[in-house]
Every structure is written in C-alpha cells, then in structure tokens.
Write a protein that binds this ligand. Structure first.
Ligand code: ADE
Ligand code: ZN
Length: 339
C-alpha cells in the first residue's frame, strides 16, 4: 500500500494500547521542564545531548537511562503531567483504550510516596476518561532486578489504593531474573483481585514464558517474542487464547531483532496466536502506536486484513468488559469495511 494511504489507514484505526510504561513516555522536553521546576539536575545539559544518548545495545543499557530520567519526578503534579501529556498525544492517534504500566519502586526507592505516584497517574487517567472519552486500566509492575521481598513491600503499599489498580506486572532486567523468583508475590497479588501479566521472552529464553504461564498464572504475556522457538509452547499459547503484547520499535532499538523485517509478529498471526502491537517506551524508541503499526506494516508488507486482526486482537485480550470488547471490535470492523 502507498505510504500516505497506509498512514491514513493506521491513523483512523480505533486502537488499544496494552503495553506502555508511563515512565517510558517521558519526552525529553517535559523531562527538562520538570527537572527545572524541581531543581533536579539531569546528567545531560540539553534535550539534544540527552537524545543523543538514546542508543542502546540491549535492554539493560536502556534501563540505565530510563531510571535516570525518572529521577526528576517528585510530586503528584509531575506524575499527572507525565501521564496527561501521554494521553493527549495518543488520543490524537485514535487510541481509545489504554492499559498503562507504572513502576512504583522506581519512585518509592527514591523516597517518593506510593500515594504521590498513584494519585498523579490516576488523576490524569480519570481526566482522559471524562474529557477525551478514553477508557483505561492501570497495572502496577514489580521490578524483577529487585528481590521478591521488595515486591511484597510494594504490594503492601498498594493495598489502600487497590481500587485504582487492575493488575500487576513484572518488568526490568529479564536475564537472570526469571518469573520463578516472584511466585509467592504473584499468588498474593491474585488474592487481592489483581490480574496478572509478566514480561517474558523479550531477551530471556522460552523457559521464562513457560514459567510465566505455569508458575505465575499470567493472563497475558508481555513481548513473548521467543515463543516461536518452541512449537509446544505455541500450541499451548493458542489453546489458552493467550495474548502477546509485542513492541516492534522497542525490539529493534533494544536489538531483540536486528532489522524490522525479522519481526515475528506476522508469523505469529499466521500461526493463530493472539499477537498485538504496542509501543513499550515510545519516548525512547522513536514512536508511539501509529509509528509501531506503520514501521511493522512497511517492513513485513502487512495487508489490511493483518492490521485489522492486530487491532481486533488488542481489544480481545484487553481487560474491557465483554460488552465493551464487542462494541470496540465492531467499530474496528466497520472502519475497515468503510476504508
Ligand atoms: N521497563 C520499561 N520498558 C521495559 C522493557 N521493554 N522490558 C523490561 N522492562 C521494561
Ligand atoms: Zn515493556
């Protein structure tokens, strides 16, 4: 499809973003603005020099910079501004539903109260619901490079705010930090009514995806790129109707794949996996939802049918109610029929 037409098609798709770290949507311009008002110094003297540092050879190199950027976030207003900036931006891309990750430990470890973080983020999500008509869910992610005991402390801090949280996730440095390290805290989180997801098979091996399924009992796998290494796992994921939230530009920037043409999402769709496309940390990886759809479609020569399937899958594996899913999916179908 011709570039302008493809971009127009993608722009108009009603989309669900299910894999987005709110701290990863921190654009350098806003980061510098908040750093200035909070009198926090960044290790970089300008937006340009910071952007130049956004070159990563692996997940850890990215995380090292990502945690530095988050250090300027101190007050409820900062978390609100970060989240609101993100929501306004993706509303313009016709993202109608978001399921947002936040990493409480990145902030509480610096002395910022859990309450400050969650009130700021939730305030902006509520505003987007009222003013922009967006629906949302919120996912609290445990940092897997820290201990399970630390995750338990985070769970405890979250209990007074459990009504604002829909699920828990597992992110940060994957290699050497398997899902099996967090079995007990995931069990306990489920008792509090939280849905469970985990990053698995991004850089880590196929065993980590098995562990996420069998030991953590996740309802969705974040990334899951490596599942194609194991035919039995592919069958299991299909039988379980397990969603995989893939992030193509992230995969490219973190060298999970060497070129976009190698991205596994098309193979996954062809096998019948519930694969979807998302943006992960868009401020760091050069694109939000539309760019992720566009770059993937271009490299893999995706057809209209594939794009429609990706958009439908995202609503299918979302945490919207059955009724809301049905409505959104028929919106997607009508959009493609009319295009
Ligand atoms: N935290 C933010 N982005 C992440 C990613 N892509 N993988 C693991 N942890 C993350
Ligand atoms: Zn992620």
């Amino acid at each position: 499809m011709q570039t302008t037409l493809l971009k127009k098609l993608i722009q108009g798709i009603p989309k669900a973003e299910l894999h987005l770290h709110i701290e990863g949507s921190f654009e350098p311009e806003l980061m510098f603005e908040i750093a200035k008002r909070n009198k926090v110094s960044l290790d970089y003297d300008s937006v340009e020099s910071l952007k130049k540092a956004y070159k990563f050879n692996n997940l850890q190199e990215f995380l090292d910079i990502y945690y530095v950027g988050a250090k300027v976030l101190l007050y409820e207003q900062d978390f609100f501004d970060l989240t609101w900036a993100y929501l306004k931006k993706v509303h313009r891309e016709n993202v109608v539903h978001v399921e947002v990750f936040f990493d409480p430990q990145t902030h509480t470890d610096r002395g910022v109260k859990f309450e400050v973080v969650i009130k700021g983020i939730s305030g902006a999500l509520e505003k987007a619901k009222k003013e922009l008509g967006m629906s949302y869910k919120l996912i609290m992610s445990y940092l897997r490079h820290l201990s399970e005991e630390e995750a338990f402390k985070t769970l405890e801090s979250s209990i007074p705010y459990a009504h604002l949280i829909d699920g828990v996730g597992l992110d940060s440095s994957e290699l050497g930090n398997p899902p099996s390290k967090f079995v007990q805290v995931f069990k306990e989180s489920a008792k509090h009514g939280f849905k469970l997801v985990a990053h698995a098979g991004e850089e880590g091996p196929v065993d980590y995806i098995w562990e996420a399924l069998e030991l953590l009992n996740v309802v969705r796998v974040d990334h899951g790129n490596r599942c194609l290494d194991d035919e039995k796992l592919v069958k299991t994921l299909i039988n379980k109707k397990m969603g995989l939230t893939l992030c193509p530009l992230s995969n490219l920037e973190l060298k999970v794949i060497q070129k976009m043409e190698d991205h596994p999402v098309l193979k996954m769709l062809e096998k019948g996996l519930l694969a979807t496309i998302h943006s992960d940390d868009p401020a760091y990886f050069g694109g939000y939802m539309n760019e992720n759809y566009y770059e993937t479609a271009k490299a893999l020569d995706l057809k209209k049918e594939h794009l429609m399937q990706l958009a439908i899958n995202a609503f299918e594996i979302s945490w919207l109610s059955t009724e809301e899913k049905k409505n959104r999916i028929s919106e997607v179908k009508s959009y493609f029929e009319a295009f």
